[in-house]
Design a protein around this ligand. Structure first.
Ligand code: PLP
Length: 404
């Protein structure tokens, strides 16, 4: 065994990574050591503006004092107890989630550890309708566990693992008539993202979500909204569905909820849906333990105390305005809402722009060949966003030079 040494080069750590981890993620781009706010530092001391935010996870940024204090206090008292027991923080977090989701009396929360696990719980919930059909959308991403993978659309993720669970179909996103045609009396649930993050920040029309609500209600099917990426303030609302005015039957959460600690949740709306899962039908050893619950509570409390929902809306609009003001011929526009955004390029340069960004000290995500996703901490400032936008023309120029 080799022990770590703080002077070890990034290359040496990456070499050890390649020899010790299953490389499902490919080679990591950097070895990061610490963070503060919207900034991270690598092991060579180089600083980066983190516009990836752990893929929409680090809601409060890195090293936020409220999160550090809450988690430190909780780990010093009691980190884990199993779900034979509960804790005050777990109950408080469930209550607070129901409150901000404006869920009616009789709603409930199941805590998992990740987005995919929240989706697994949602799939099991849907099976309790005694139907098996699930309709999801083309372009959807719902996770990589085998159940969630059946709902995820991308062939490259699915094909090596078929057969997946049966009776799942995918319809074009934002097309109410396609959805209407696919939903039948065998449909247990329709599962939709309010914004398709992994597809490059493609926003659902409010009318589409309203149609989905009407179609599922008429068919006696559940409408499950996957808020794993859009939830917890990312869009400028607590949850992405809220701007459409619908009330879903269930939502799934993860990512931003723990601010970096692993937590997921299935939230069921109303007693009829909540009652579908009964004692013994689902479980998780770690789900909602006191440590992650304390983290979740501090994330939600800080978003409220620091008026971060308004800040997110403002920063999102600021970013769009600044990018549009560039009037850059290689930029087609900016998609998304709040701080879930994609800068759409006129050609497939995003990977090269991301590489140039890394060199220049910016972490950005080439989510599609022609789209750069920005999902920064919700606390990112306009000055920080401006730094990136000012650098963008040079990053695009470097990308073009490096692309044959
Ligand atoms: N659902 C959505 C909308 C997501 O964006 C993701 C992850 O990106 C998932 C589910 C899966 O979450 P996890 O990676 O925590 O399993």
């Amino acid at each position: 065994m080799t022990t770590s040494d703080s002077t070890e080069s990034q290359q040496a750590v990456l070499h050890r990574y390649a020899r010790s981890l299953i490389t499902v993620f490919g080679a990591p781009q950097l070895v990061l050591e610490r963070g503060d706010g919207a900034w991270v530092w690598d092991t060579d001391g180089k600083r980066y503006l983190d516009l990836v935010g752990g893929i929409a996870v680090n809601a409060l940024g890195h090293n936020h004092p409220a999160l550090v204090a809450a988690v430190s206090k909780q780990v010093g008292e009691m980190a884990h107890i199993s779900n034979f027991y509960t804790s005050r923080v777990q109950v408080e977090l469930a209550e607070r989630i129901l409150e901000i989701a404006q869920a009616p009396e009789g709603s409930g929360v199941f805590f998992a550890n990740s987005g995919a696990e929240a989706i697994e719980a949602a799939i099991k919930l849907s099976r309790r309708t005694c139907r098996t059909g699930i309709v999801a959308a083309e372009g959807a991403f719902h996770g990589r566990t085998t159940g969630a993978l059946a709902l995820t659309h991308k062939a490259a993720y699915r094909d090596p693992f078929t057969p997946l669970i049966p009776d799942v179909s995918h319809v074009p996103y934002n097309d109410p008539e396609a959805l209407r045609a696919a939903v039948t009396s065998d449909t247990a649930a329709v599962v939709l993202e309010p914004i398709q993050g992994e597809a490059g920040a493609i926003v659902a029309d409010p009318a589409y979500l309203q149609a989905a609500r009407e179609i599922t209600t008429a068919a006696g099917a559940l409408l499950i909204i996957d808020e794993v990426q859009t939830g917890v303030g990312r869009t400028g609302d607590w949850f992405g569905f809220q701007s459409s005015g619908i009330v879903p039957d269930a939502i799934t959460l993860a990512k931003g909820l723990g601010g970096g600690l692993p937590i997921g949740a299935l939230v069921t709306f109303g007693p009829a849906v909540t009652g579908l899962l009964t004692a013994g039908q689902h479980g998780s050893t770690f789900g909602g333990n006191p440590l992650v619950a304390a983290a979740g509570l501090s994330v939600l409390a800080t978003i409220e105390a620091d008026s971060l929902l308004d800040h997110v809306t403002e920063m999102g609009e600021h970013l769009v305005g600044a990018v549009e003001a560039l009037g850059h011929p290689d930029i087609e526009g900016v998609r998304g809402r709040g701080l879930l955004r994609a800068i759409v390029l006129r050609s497939d340069l995003s990977a090269a722009v991301a590489a140039a960004g890394r060199e220049a000290g910016f972490l950005i995500n080439p989510v599609a060949p022609n789209a750069i996703r920005l999902v920064p901490p919700l606390v990112v400032t306009s000055d920080e966003l401006d730094l990136f936008v000012a650098a963008l023309p040079a990053l695009i120029a470097t990308a073009k030079e490096s692309t044959p």
